[in-house]
Design a protein around this ligand. Structure first.
Ligand code: NDP
Length: 385
């Protein structure tokens, strides 16, 4: 039996993880569940799974959580530090499914603990990749990628064969605006942006999928996770989201991982790894799917891809600035304070205005993240005025 902590248990990835765990009660036991402010969802999940501990990051929600769990014997805590404490517990496996750089401290705490850390939360790896990887090397923590593309690469990347890898191909659905004109995208609403054609996900990653910044963040994530030159990582649009990514070898063999567009497939792979487990998904019906299409992404309509590629190439603080500005701009778009096309413009502008030295420590990353957020926030205000 594996003990599991889920950081971000009330979100899209968190509830998919709980769904799988609740179907296999003899295989997993929940240590801790965390959320930001969704007391109802957290308390219900903690009761169903008989978790040892439930934590809300928003401390003002703690009294409500205590009331919801009183008499159950489930311990409660509140505040950002308490989320890190939960991540530091000695679970066999920690699912990192908080959204954004808010997950950075908890991911680092889980890595410091040295167990298996399943990474759905991609933003910490983008902003603080070197710091997290160095900590994992020091503590022996195993990082398993739950992001569907990286999980696909993980399944296809033969250990010890890195020198024979010619190319890694990250597939992208293209998001809801893949066939829209620039003019139509200018008027896109948050409702249209979060209506992803293939995947059901949280609001932030759905908007990232619409701008293709998600694929840009994944490009950086892939370069961090796999021993491959960034120039050899290619992005192609594959609108059916059946092939989740591919690894091409020097002999001309290309290995691909296929599956339904449901996060429970890669999450199950991580939960059971190195074993396999059942999932409730119907088998892939290739005859019903019929065809698989591929096309090149359009850099003019989706400038976020180029911004991410250049941030990765430049390295240092650039990925952290890219990520922080994007988080601020996406939140402003979801709040209807800026237009859809202004998201990438604000990221580009923040990168232009701010060029600090490369971060060496987690505190350096947090300082860069904070400064980039304030520059991007000021730019949001310019757009509003
Ligand atoms: P959601 O928005 O659905 O869920 C986010 C979770 O994080 C919730 O549990 C939320 O709590 C919690 N949370 C939010 N803010 C904070 C905070 N400041 N401190 C602590 N906890 C917080 O996100 P997703 O599940 O869609 O995505 C999670 C991560 O996984 C993202 O990094 C995303 O890019 C990545 N990912 C997601 C995929 C998907 O299919 N959804 C696919 C691949 C990667 P509360 O509910 O209380 O707000």
């Amino acid at each position: 039996m594996k003990t599991v902590t889920i950081l971000g248990a009330t979100g899209s990835v968190g509830t998919s993880t709980l769904d799988l765990i609740e179907r296999a009660p003899d295989a997993f036991r929940i240590k801790a569940l965390t959320a930001n402010a969704d007391v109802e969802g957290l308390a219900a999940a903690a009761k169903r799974t008989n978790a040892e501990l439930a934590v809300v990051a928003d401390e003002s929600c703690l009294p409500a959580l205590e009331a919801a769990l009183s008499g159950t014997g489930i311990a409660t805590a509140g505040g950002a530090a308490a989320v890190c404490d939960a991540a530091r517990q000695d679970a066999d496996l920690t699912m990192a499914a908080i959204v954004g750089c808010a997950g950075l401290g908890p991911v680092m705490a889980a890595v410091e603990q040295g167990g298996t850390v399943v990474l759905a939360n991609k933003e910490p790896l983008v902003s603080a990749g070197e710091v997290i990887l160095a900590a994992a090397a020091r503590t022996g923590a195993m990082l398993l990628p739950a992001d569907s593309e990286h999980n696909a690469i993980f399944q296809c990347f033969e250990p010890g064969q890195a020198r024979h890898v010619r190319r890694v191909v990250l597939t992208a659905s293209g998001g809801p605006f893949r066939d829209w004109s620039l003019d139509a995208m200018r008027r896109a609403t948050p409702e249209q942006a979060v209506a992803h054609p293939n995947w059901s996900m949280g609001a932030k990653i759905s908007v990232d999928s619409a701008t293709l910044m998600n694929k840009g963040l994944e490009l950086i994530e892939a370069a961090r996770l796999f021993p491959i030159d960034p120039d050899k990582i290619e992005i192609i649009i594959h609108r059916q989201s059946v092939i989740h990514s591919m690894v091409e070898y020097a002999d001309g063999s290309t290995l691909a991982q296929l599956g339904p567009p449901d996060m429970r497939v890669p999450i199950a792979h991580c939960l059971a790894w190195p074993d396999r487990m059942e999932t409730p998904m119907a088998p892939l019906d290739l005859l019903a799917i019929g065809r698989l299409d591929f096309e090149a992404p359009d850099p003019a309509r989706f400038p976020a891809l180029g911004l991410a590629r250049r941030a990765l190439d430049a390295g240092g603080a650039r990925p952290a600035i890219l990520n922080a500005a994007n988080e601020v701009a996406v939140a402003a778009f979801l709040d209807r304070r800026i237009g859809f096309l202004e998201i990438a413009a604000i990221v580009a502008d923040t990168l232009d205005r701010y060029d600090p030295p490369a971060p060496q420590t987690l505190d350096d990353v947090l300082a860069i993240d904070g400064e980039a957020r304030s520059i991007a926030g000021a730019r949001v205000k310019d757009c509003v005025n």
